[in-house]
Design a protein around this ligand. Structure first.
Ligand code: PLP
Length: 356
């Protein structure tokens, strides 16, 4: 299989030029857009596959390069990064290891992929306590086994005060599980600060769907049960294809699931791209647009890239849609998101469509 040359961006402008010129696309929080390099990589792979030239070991090498770049993007040792296909399945690994009777603390209204995997363990006494985002740190108590939260909330765009949560969790002896899906790609993140993180890369990292990551602190490798173990959980996947033995890597690879190959081919150029960018510059760009949108809506600017406001009857979303703007509606709120390809023109167009 031909290898795809990565093209690291030297500047934000270089990066922006790699995205398609789609006007009014305010939906990175729903799904990101592919770069030209991702489109090329997928086309090349399709040609290679249909010519009988693709092979499993080549795809495996792609996965390892992406794992390494993701580790650098989230400032974590590569040995702590596992690969998967959805956050819900990765969170389920953590939930399966919750002791009987454990208390898990969540944010009320957090994304289901983070909450439901714990709720299904109710029959063995695992309880999920749902609290308001602003009360999360203060609600961590001596009985809390784990605090599980999305750093950026899908339904509101609110950002959790991670310093407060981490220090309260340490003080109480609770574990932290942070979902970075709505954060990595616009908000600088350091996954090594948490015991466990999960991230699906199809939104702000602009990868095809089916590329997800788990990071696990070394201290937890033996505590979490690799309930999804298979041929990819072995240290050498090609020596782990058959029983009767259980093959478990000594590092976080023990939590790997076999990759959806083509999705990883498309992910490589974009994970490379985001790992090569100045994270603070990407953040400043998204926040300048989010804050401008907030001001236009008379909402206090809070440094968010996702802006939401009440829209019970869907009329606000309908106005945006009628103006050719791609936005979304979640939990009775209209929702817009600002990423690399967006400009102040998008903010003005959205506010005009809303009559503000
Ligand atoms: C915070 C968060 N986590 C995860 C997901 C995706 O979940 P999954 O990977 O289980 O499809 C989303 C999608 O909107 C999300 O907002």
């Amino acid at each position: 299989m031909p290898s795809i040359a990565s093209s690291p961006a030297r500047s934000l402008d270089d990066a922006v030029r790699q995205f398609p010129a789609v006007r009014g696309y305010l939906a990175a929080c729903t799904l990101g857009l592919p770069t030209s390099a991702t489109i090329d990589a997928l086309r090349t792979d399709l040609t290679s596959w249909s010519s009988g030239l693709s092979d499993a070991t080549g795809y495996g090498r792609t996965v390892e390069r992406v794992r390494t770049r993701y580790a650098s993007l989230v400032h974590s040792p590569v040995e702590t990064v596992a690969i998967g296909s959805q956050t819900s399945a990765l969170v389920s690994v953590v939930a399966a290891s919750a002791p009987d009777g454990a208390e898990v603390l969540c944010i009320d209204g957090d994304f289901s992929s983070l909450v439901a995997p714990f709720l299904v363990h109710a029959d063995r006494g695992v309880t999920v306590r749902h609290v308001a985002i602003d009360d999360l740190a203060a609600s961590i108590g001596p009985n809390t086994w784990l605090v599980a939260f999305s750093l950026v909330q899908s339904a509101t765009g609110r950002i959790v005060d991670q310093d407060a949560v981490i220090s309260a969790a340490h003080a109480a002896g609770a574990l932290t599980l942070c979902d970075l899906t709505q954060a990595t790609g616009w908000l600088p993140v350091d996954a090594s600060r948490f015991d466990v993180t999960v991230c699906h890369a199809y939104k702000w990292l602009c990868a095809p769907r089916g590329v997800a990551f788990l990071t696990v602190a070394r201290t937890l490798l033996e505590t979490l049960r690799p309930v999804q173990a298979g041929w990819y959980s072995g240290e050498d996947v090609w020596a782990s294809c058959y029983g009767p033995a259980l093959h478990l890597s000594p590092d976080a690879r023990r939590f790997d699931v076999s990759p959806a190959w083509q999705a990883w081919v498309g992910a490589e150029p974009v994970i490379d791209l985001f790992a090569s960018l100045d994270a603070e510059a990407v953040h400043a760009h998204a926040v300048s647009l989010g804050d401008a949108m907030s001001e236009g809506l008379d909402i206090d600017p809070r440094g968010q890239a996702i802006i939401t406001w009440p829209d019970r009857d869907g009329s606000e979303l309908a106005k945006l849609t009628a103006a050719g703007i791609t936005a979304s509606g979640r939990a009775g709120r209209a929702r817009v998101a600002f990423h690399l390809w967006n400009t102040q023109d998008d903010v003005r167009a959205a506010l005009t469509a809303l009559g503000r």
